[in-house]
Design a protein around this ligand. Structure first.
Ligand SMILES: [Zn+2]
Length: 315
């Protein structure tokens, strides 16, 4: 049996989802699913890396990535790119403003792939972060640092990791960290406030599948900790009609902490740009299963609050 959502997608392609009200009579004959979330999106985990566009050539030049954001209703992004040139370009360009996309620039720690495995002890990276912060972008200051990775949580106690966390808190910079739940505690302990005033965005909310009990406990312990949901294992389940739905335990956690989650694309390789439409459509699908005010908070409001963004102007 075709689901209501599939039916709507087939009959109402693209953005004209609100006209699905007209399909209500048809919907009475198929299982009732909520409508997709149709409001603005804040992509809180976006990379515009060198292999996408090196400043002159590449498969995904600015016009391409901005068109993808625009047609998906993405009205703000956390931009962090390897190297930082991609972020400077997006932050500074008139094309970005014309596309109606607000850029929240983050300082990436990596100049190249090798830096992934040594940044936490590499003083030259801390110097680079400080220099980038002092310089800012031509369109305003940096608002965060990261994404950084810790494949061994013990490296959260590396000399540069410690300095970076203290620096971020002192400058009120958010931190985008791809780490496990053990490293969250270690990173928080390395800040002056012990994590009570640390604006840490947990990339993927634990890509290794930290238990929901641990996620819950960390959110309760650190008031400014946010969970970004790309690649999160166990977030969605396939139902009997082969639809991707929120898994019940995740639905309960999102409802318990509606102010603490963000969505993101994580365009870490070019393939993710190819699937950008599907990724955003996937978010719109499960967001539509939530109460409208919770969907709006996770889709847009939480990121907008975190970075004090004005409401998006109509597209
Ligand atoms: Zn990433």
């Amino acid at each position: 049996m075709v689901s209501y959502r599939e039916l709507v997608k087939k009959v109402v392609p693209g953005a004209a989802r609100w006209s699905q009200v007209a399909l209500l009579s048809i919907a009475m004959t198929v299982p009732a699913h909520a409508a997709d979330y149709a409001g603005a999106l804040f992509d809180a985990h976006l990379h515009f890396n060198q292999e996408a566009w090196d400043g002159q050539t590449g498969p995904h030049p600015p016009s391409d990535v901005l068109a993808r954001m625009q047609r998906n209703g993405v009205r703000a992004i956390v931009a962090n790119s390897r190297p930082n040139d991609g972020t400077h370009w997006l932050a500074n360009s008139a094309q970005t403003r014309q596309a109606g996309v607000t850029v929240v620039p983050f300082i990436r720690l990596y100049r190249n792939r090798a830096d992934y495995n040594s940044w936490f002890r590499d003083e030259s990276i801390f110097a680079m972060v400080q220099a980038e912060y002092a310089k800012g972008t031509a369109n305003g200051p940096f608002r965060g640092v990261g994404e950084f990775h810790l494949y061994d949580s013990a490296n959260a106690n590396g000399v540069v990791a410690k300095k970076l966390m203290a620096f971020a808190e002192a400058k009120k910079l958010a931190v985008l960290a791809h780490v496990d739940d053990v490293a969250i505690d270690l990173l928080m302990a390395n800040t002056p406030s012990g994590g009570q005033q640390t604006r840490l965005i947990w990339a993927h909310t634990g890509i290794g599948g930290s238990s929901l009990a641990r996620v819950d406990a960390l959110l309760a312990k650190y008031p400014l900790l946010m969970g970004e949901l790309s690649y999160r294992p166990g977030l969605t389940c396939t139902d009997a009609a082969q639809q991707e739905r929120l898994c019940p335990e995740w639905r309960a956690l999102l409802l318990k902490y509606p102010q603490r989650f963000l969505i993101g694309s994580d365009t870490w390789v070019n393939q993710r740009w190819l699937y950008y439409d599907a990724l955003m459509q996937g978010y719109r699908g499960w967001l539509g299963e939530l109460p409208p005010e919770v969907a709006h908070a996770i889709a847009w409001g939480n990121g907008a609050r975190l970075f004090e963004l004005a409401p998006p102007t109509p597209p």
